[in-house]
Design a protein. Sequence first.
Length: 471
Amino acid sequence: MSIKCIFYSYFDADKGIHRTVQSNTFKVISNITSIQGPRVLYQVPENSVTPSSDNPSQPPTLFSFDEISDYIIPKQQLCDRLITFCRNRYRLLGYPICLEDDKYDRNEFIFNFVIVLDESEEFSSYKPVVKKLARLFRALEEQMGFLWNEVTRSSVYTLIEQVMEDLNSYLECMIPINESNTINLKLFPAIPPPPPVKAYHVPISTVRFESIMDSNWDLTMQRIIPFIDGVNSVRRISELADADYTLTKKCISELLYYGCIIIVDVFRFANIYAVNSELYNFVNDGATATTSSGGLQEECQAYISNTGRLLDFPAILDLYTSLRQGLTVGEWSLENAERLKDVDVRRFIQFGIIKGFLYRVHKYPVRIDDGTGAVATVGPATAAVGSSVDLHALALGHGPETPGVAGSVVAGKMGKSMTTGSGLLMADRSLPLLRYLDGAHHFDSICTDLQQSEKDVLKNLAAYPIELIDR
């Protein structure tokens, strides 16, 4: 985040639009008159705002003020509004102010403080700064004629220079104007909204909550934080804290927004994981890490150890690359039992997920049409008269058909057709599962929502002809 320029501009009834420009390296005063047009009175360095015939070797100006002056000092209808536009790869943000009083020439005084940024810069955090700066000087002008009076106006140059320097260096400023007025501005970097929090997500803290939490925190937040341990899911946390699930999700989302936690999936030994191309960065981290600060490899060695003895990196890398599709963590642990005696398997897996070089292979149940192998559809358009499957689905209010999901089939059909007597009885007990068989719900989601183990869910799914898809 960097401000390229701040300038103060106002309409002079005698001289036209008068502007004072402040940038990192120059101050400029320029006048635009209806007769003479733009005229630069002073600029440092030369050629910073208007071209100088005396010094043609100077760098070009940021933009032509003549071309944008109508947007800097606009008609009254656009005053007291935020105006932002781009010119010559720069973005200008201003908030023109119009004051009406018979002490002014033409009975009005229009001025504007404009911030100039790179066009590609994220500018949402600068909007409140521009508004507050304009309203502050409006109040000063109404109270004491600060901008209209030539004596007090001379301090504007120093003020906006200090504003720009402090905002660029510290993202905030506190500059005294006089005994009763101070410029207090702060830039709040834009933070993207957090991803949706699901019941099966497991939060892991990135801060020490005991050092930042106090009695003024939200009551639900205080109740759930002791149970954020990297093992409990969001649903489980709400149960252990005896807190409302919806409020728990909101609190977790808030912690995620401010970077106090990160989210991983539920760890089970039945899970399947595999490495991706990000492993390259993990392998090459040792060549770029400095001895003083350590690197990703050293961080991994310390994080996964459960005995204090650090496993050497080649052994760690070999363990990660041995994870593959079709191999559960439990089976992998048995294969590598001797090498894992000093390793916390849960933390080993979580480290790879957090750093992005390990991904989870989820299992999705998809209902198929018994006999054809096609994905079954449920809805008014496909309901067959006398079909118990469709009648039950319609009674439950299921919508139009769900498209099939591409993937690798790893298990065959399960259970009997729902039109048989025994199958129908089992289906009656398991009808809530129908909405999970669209290929969009993996077992973590299903088990957490139903609060059942994967074994129990699979037992209930025996009533349906389904395929299990890994992806």
